[in-house]
Design a protein around this ligand. Sequence first.
Ligand code: CAO
Length: 424
Amino acid sequence: MKALEGIKILDFTHVQSGPTCTQLLAWFGADVIKVERPGVGDATRKQLVDVPGADSLYFTMLNHNKRSIELDSKNATGKEVLTRLIEECDVLVENFAPGALDRMGFSWERIQQINPRIIMASIKGFGPGKYADCKVYENVAQCAGGSASTTGFLDGPPLVTGAQIGDSGTGLHLCLGIVTALFQREKTGRGQKVSCAMQDSVLNLARVKLRDQQRLQHGPLKEYSQYGEGIPFGDATPRAGNDSGGGQPGRILKCKGWEQDPNAYTYFIIQAAAWEKVCDVIDKPEWKTQAGYAKPPERLDKLNEIFSTIEEWTKTKTKFEVMDICNPLDIPVGPILSMKEIAEDEGLYATGTMVRVDHPERGEYLSVGCPVKLSDSPAEVRRSPLLGEHTAEILSNVLGYRGDELNRVIGSGAVGDVKAEAAE
Ligand code: CAO
């Protein structure tokens, strides 16, 4: 038995933010029914196509373990089928542009009338306010949520990060909201609306930078490299390069082979508790007691010199040798892993964090498995559905359409190209 077994999700999501949420719910055991426009489907099916004719990796990697029904929600019969789905499902998840669901005739008020127990979960770019009507994509959220202004180097432009904190980050937040609302429904018997704005989710993940914004009022941020370099602070949290976000100085340092390999680097933290061991490893034992180096505050104006000296040592080792030497000494380091190295790491496949998935159109591909491991509800990754693959079985098995009723729905053109025999 899976944790969310018996929970039905009406998945009205598309692109990335919403689908990451419903994929997690599917991995936790919910029956996720993805509603897609007939003949078109989620736009990502045909975005960044690598295998002609096959669903893209963008789609397949975000829609595992779901069922797909083709349904035109603007057609009268389509609306009738959608109403039946709302009656049957526990949760409706959507991330359409602001107002799109209302324009279809399915406002929150209407949805509650149809099914008072349903939980409706929505992702929008911004919360209520002057930008509420904007359509928003990943990088817009990273910029509006304070991440871009605090990412990058001091002398360069703001940077977006490769981790999809706006889309997948918001999907994670929404998933937590849905499960929490399901938990509350156990006590109240009522559904509720769960809303996540991408700006808010990014800001939540950039929380420590708002911490620093307020600390600035009480003086310079001494753990930032620019303090040691004598560069004055402005009135907003600056970009901090690869400085660590906490109170322990850290940097990315070159390792053996860096001249050829763009990822031959390690992250290296000179945590106060491990300072003496760092000094021994890099053969600078005198720094353990020398004034100006022995105590953490004294080191802050010498970080460039200290990290350059450590880098002379890391350049003589591979990033994995640095890890092997430092880890037993409790010196926090981490190799900069390329996606190629991650894709080849059998240890990640052994834990289910990476998976190999078979697909009828594209053959085997790699994906990231469920990152949350439940001991009583292990996630098994199943391939994403083809467009409308489950239309027939959802109409008949979930919604109970039979005989003439089924033929009427199929004949209406609202559910794509379905064979009545398949549904019967
Ligand atoms: N049947 C009939 N019509 C359907 C349908 C279906 N099954 N599914 C969707 N549609 C319609 C919608 O009703 C909408 O019609 P109207 O414009 O007439 O109301 C239309 O398709 C387009 O939907 P959309 O505006 O949501 O899609 P878009 O490609 O123009 O915008 C996006 C995409 C992501 C910018 C927008 O949906 C959005 O801002 N979503 C919220 C924030 C978000 O999740 N962003 C992250 C996406 S991942 O990077």
